[in-house]
Design a protein around this ligand. Structure first.
Ligand SMILES: Nc1nc2c(c(=O)[nH]1)N[C@H]1C(S)=C(S)[C@@H](COP(=O)(O)OP(=O)(O)OC[C@H]3O[C@@H](n4cnc5c(=O)[nH]c(N)nc54)[C@H](O)[C@@H]3O)O[C@H]1N2
Ligand SMILES: Nc1nc2c(c(=O)[nH]1)N[C@H]1C(S)=C(S)[C@@H](COP(=O)(O)OP(=O)(O)OC[C@H]3O[C@@H](n4cnc5c(=O)[nH]c(N)nc54)[C@H](O)[C@@H]3O)O[C@H]1N2
Ligand code: SF4
Ligand SMILES: [Mo]
Length: 729
């Protein structure tokens, strides 16, 4: 019997706790916390369940080749080498026939961590700009929009702050545990916590101030805060004068939002709005931690910009207790460099889908920020949170489905359940049905993988060596060690891209034969190998330097914080932030529906097949306020259907006084692995929020093309439980 123990960075969810992993005879047996107070003081039950996930009987172990109709779930097992040979040959033909832009990739927000930008490297060498990721709806787009205002995406200094403002964001013991722990410590130190959430969430329950705004009105709320801050002179005048551009224009815009108007839009009393704004502005060190809520609404770009603007005008940028602009860690080659973005021609970049219509998150803006980024941060591209330059997912799926504006015929999807992880699931389905080649790189046969031509088994986090660089968001480097053996015919995502690159003749641009060799290269900047890094400790983080802008300015075209955005102006959008009302509820669809309220036992679309986790939450639940349920004649725990003009989903009703009246919550990511063989694509259409969400123009943020997931119109009616799903697991 051989045993092994190591430090591994859990990639079940995207916060990446560093945990202790024990293995016996090549299999992970136990995951525990270790004494690292930052990341693993305690861990969540998904992390603890990692051995059950990694050793699960349904885990993919051998490559599968489709033999039936697409989506029919009929397969032949083949070797990894044969699969890669066939994939390469087919992709070459597609590129020859339609051009390299006919090749698209969708990847995970996080769990494909070992790719390290080499997917972009392959695509850029090939000539395709059409890369998308789950981070288009989660932190990646925030990073891109933050860069337009002050050139980087900051991380809140939780350890020293005196005030934390949570826009919906609701970390708990089993949801993003490290952030929850940091908020708890700050609270114990006496920091104030302000929560903005329509419901009484766990964080709202213990907050100092809770603003129960209407879903989708965050931008108006921020404009209200600025009105108070400007009218009462609570901003940092010296910083604004010296380091910001466009203050007068911004002030004029803010004057269009007197508190009476903000009260009307948000449904929150003007007194409470003013109290919250004062508390934030007067704190000596305050943070607005990143939140996914404003990543997914119709005024997304404005809301994210408003968070940036609040940070700047209150003097909270790059100061103790405020928001730290990290920059690249000089000890490691960043992903941005590995991605080889400079190798993709200007012409191919301009073909990126979304480049014209929704450019804020595409190469178009990345190119505009190149010079200042290089001047301030030392490299022209900044792939913060895996990529600040991607295609617009909706435009991509449209091209895949209809060939408009050009055909996209090969779709590779790695660690991402794409069918259910963007808006408009019907269009994604059509898009996938219209492909000549789909490759899925996965741990399990998800509905997305079921639609593939080839399914390649991936390795899990206990089975690979890695250094987590927190996506360049911070400068922390965390060790992740291999303690268990991956399935023989599997590959890590780096290996996958390299094996493909070699077949395309790019071997000289992929000289690192193994992930460890790639890590050696990345660490060569600090004269170390991975083996040496491994021996020297489990984590390192250079001490922060504050107010770095005094030396080099900000990485924006003006070198200052752009309250008035020159980038947006040049693109023809409103350079100042604004509130835009989403599609309003009607008699037919009277509720504001929001998705989210993440479920503790699962990460996004995963783990519904892990019985110890599924038992904790066997079925999806729709939340409603008691008054609304009563009016509609609905009772707690009955099965209902949530309907929008675009689709319908089934779930159990949960009547909750903590919900805000007029609002309905739908969970994300439900499919039913137990219905494989009895329901189409294992129930992918029964309860998935993506079925309900439209990506028609009236539902999209203008600048980025982000869908409105927070407050779209819907109605709830009685229904039967779908037949084949198991309620008792
Ligand atoms: N409709 C809709 N779309 C959304 C959201 C929403 O609420 N609604 N939320 C958005 C948000 S916040 C996020 S963060 C993203 C999340 O997007 P993703 O991070 O892509 O998450 P999932 O789509 O759930 O897909 C994760 C898949 O990766 C597989 N996997 C896990 N570990 C590994 C691994 O090590 N290697 C490989 N190859 N595969 C692995 C899992 O089995 C799972 O099928 O989705 C976004 N998309
Ligand atoms: N256990 C577990 N933990 C997870 C995840 C998981 O799937 N499972 N996913 C991880 C990921 S990728 C993410 S992005 C995070 C997401 O986790 P959070 O950031 O906590 O976000 P949600 O749980 O989706 O929703 C949080 C709150 O937003 C409120 N809300 C809804 N609409 C609005 C609105 O328009 N404005 C405001 N201000 N609030 C609104 C809801 O009432 C809800 O209480 O969780 C992470 N942690
Ligand atoms: S919060 Fe849980 S699932 Fe997420 S990284 Fe940490 S241990 Fe893993
Ligand atoms: Mo997310």
């Amino acid at each position: 019997m051989t045993t092994k123990t190591g430090y591994s960075v859990c990639s079940i969810c995207d916060i990446g706790c560093q945990v202790r992993t024990d293995a016996k005879d090549g299999k992970v047996t136990r995951v525990t916390s270790h004494d690292n107070p930052l990341l693993a003081k305690n861990i969540c039950f998904k992390g603890v369940a990692a051995p059950s996930i990694h050793n699960h009987k349904e885990r993919l172990r051998v490559p599968l080749k489709r033999v039936g109709e697409r989506g029919e779930d009929k397969w032949q097992e083949i070797s990894y080498e044969q699969a890669m040979d066939e994939i390469a040959a087919k992709l070459k033909n597609i590129v020859k026939e339609y051009g390299p832009e006919a090749f698209a990739v969708s990847t995970s927000a996080w769990n494909t961590q070992t790719t390290q930008g080499t997917d972009r490297r392959f695509m850029n060498l090939l000539g395709s700009p059409n890369w998308i990721s789950g981070v288009s709806l989660c932190a990646g787009n925030t990073a891109a929009v933050n860069r337009m205002t002050y050139g980087w995406f900051p991380m809140g200094d939780f350890m020293n702050t005196n005030c934390i403002v949570l826009f919906g964001h609701n970390p708990r013991k089993h949801s993003w545990t490290p952030i929850y722990n940091m908020i708890e410590s700050a609270r114990e130190r006496g920091a104030k916590v302000i929560v903005l959430d329509p419901r009484i969430s766990e964080q709202a329950e213990v907050a100092d101030i809770h603003l129960r705004l209407r879903s989708g009105t965050d931008a108006a709320m921020c404009l209200g805060w600025l009105k108070v801050i400007f009218d009462e002179g609570l901003y940092n005048k010296k910083f604004v004068e010296k380091w910001c551009v466009g203050f007068e224009e911004l002030k004029a815009r803010v004057d269009e939002y007197p508190l009476a108007r903000v009260e009307e839009i948000t449904g929150v009393s003007r007194h409470l709005i003013a109290e919250a704004a004062r508390t934030y502005a007067n704190a000596d060190g305050a943070i607005i931690p990143w939140t996914p809520i404003t990543d997914m609404q119709i005024s997304s770009t404005s809301s994210i910009r408003l968070h940036s603007i609040l940070r700047a005008v209150t003097g909270n940028l790059d100061v103790v207790g405020g928001e730290i602009l990290g920059g690249f860690n000089p000890n490691i080659v960043p992903e941005s460099e590995l991605g080889l973005h400079e190798e993709l021609s200007v012409g191919q970049k301009a073909k990126q889908l979304g480049y014209e219509k929704h450019p804020a998150y595409t190469y178009r803006v990345a190119e505009m920020l190149k010079e200042p980024t290089e001047k301030v941060w030392g490299f022209p591209y900044a792939d913060i949170v895996t990529g600040c330059q991607m295609a617009n997912p909706s435009e991509l799926f449209r091209a895949m489905a209809y060939g408009d504006p050009y055909p996209v015929k090969a779709f590779f999807v790695l660690g991402n359940n794409a069918l259910m992880s963007y808006p408009n699931q019907h269009q994604i389905h059509r898009a996938m049905q219209n492909q000549e080649l789909i490759v899925a790189h996965e741990l399990f046969l998800t509905p997305t993988a079921m639609l593939a031509d080839y399914v390649i088994p991936g390795d899990a986090f206990s089975e690979r060596n890695h250094i987590s660089d927190t996506w360049n968001w911070t400068t922390r480097l965390s060790l992740s060690q291999k303690v268990a053996e991956p399935p023989e015919e599997s590959s890590g995502t780096y290996q996958f891209w390299r094996d493909l690159a070699v077949r395309f003749g790019f071997e000289d641009r992929f000289p690192w034969k193994t992930p460890e060799e790639l890590l050696d290269y990345r660490l060569s900047r600090s004269n170390r190998t991975f083996a040496e890094f491994e021996k020297s400790g489990f984590m390192e983080m250079p001490s922060p330097r504050y107010r770095k802008y005094r030396k080099d300015g900000f990485a924006t075209p003006s070198g200052k914080v752009e309250l008035y955005s020159s980038v947006l102006e040049e693109l023809g959008f409103d350079p100042l932030p604004y509130h835009r009302e989403g599609p309003t509820p009607s008699l037919e669809y009277p509720y504001r529906v929001f998705n989210g309220v993440r479920e503790d036992p699962f990460f996004q679309t995963g783990q519904r097949n892990i019985s110890e986790l599924r038992q904790r939450c066997p079925i999806p639940r729709i939340f409603m306020h008691p008054t609304d349920a009563e009016r509609d004649g609905l009772v707690d725990e009955e099965w209902v259907e949530l309907q929008t003009a675009y689709g319908k989903v089934s779930a159990q009703l949960s009547v909750q006084p903590s919900m805000k009246e007029g609002h309905v919550r739908v969970p994300h990511g439900w499919w039913y692995p137990e219905t494989r063989g009895t329901e189409e694509l294992a129930g992918a259409f029964l309860s998935s929020d993506a079925v309900l969400c439209s990506d028609d123009d009236e539902f999209l943020d203008y600048e980025q093309g982000i869908p409105h997931f927070k407050g779209f119109p819907g109605r709830v009616v009685k229904a039967d439980k779908p037949q084949n799903i198991q309620v008792e697991i």
